[in-house]
Design a protein around this ligand. Structure first.
Ligand code: ADP
Length: 149
């Protein structure tokens, strides 16, 4: 069984993230969305709320699981039996970062990273944008999956 983890902060989970998972399902039998506890990043949405919201989005998709993790990404991949790391690339800014991470994760855990290019209509969407809008009580429904509203 081909399993991938889709690691990230998902603070919050956006339509861009959603699209990567849906497309990942055509490549992998099982995707475990890993919400990383990141000590250095300030969180806007509490991690348990993020977990519950993402679980709700994929409630009808048994091939997608959601877990919070608190360790190196390669160790999380091993824990859940994943051979791959799935990530999305929006543009050049993401690319260099992803290349370094992919190399590190290959060296540390022998895990391959599979990158999918973001669909152009979602390329400008980031969790940061949603957080900013949210903090000013603006409508975020264009940027987050239906069930997150
Ligand atoms: P991290 O803090 O690890 O970068 P994020 O939650 O910001 O976590 O992102 C998780 C993954 O989703 C990353 O691979 C990121 O490039 C990807 N991603 C973020 N926004 C989008 C988007 N709009 N479309 C597709 N992929 C995205």
């Amino acid at each position: 069984m081909k399993t991938a983890i889709f690691p990230g902060s998902f603070d919050p989970f956006t339509k861009g993230h959603y699209d990567i998972v849906l497309r990942g399902l055509s490549l992998f039998d099982r995707i475990v969305i890993g919400i990383g506890r990141n000590g250095t990043k300030h969180e806007t949405f509490p991690i348990r709320e993020r977990e519950a919201a993402i679980q709700k989005i994929f409630a009808d998709e048994p091939r997608v699981e959601v877990q919070i993790y608190d360790c190196l990404t390669v160790d999380f991949a091993k824990q859940v039996g994943a051979q791959f790391i799935l990530r999305g690339v929006r543009g050049m800014a993401d690319f260099e970062y992803e290349r370094n991470m992919a190399e590190a994760n290959k060296e540390l855990g022998g895990i391959e990273t599979i990158l999918l290019y973001t669909r152009p209509e979602y390329a400008h969407i980031s969790s940061t944008l949603v957080r900013d809008l949210y903090s000013y009580n603006k409508d975020v429904s264009d940027y987050v999956p239906n069930r997150l509203r």
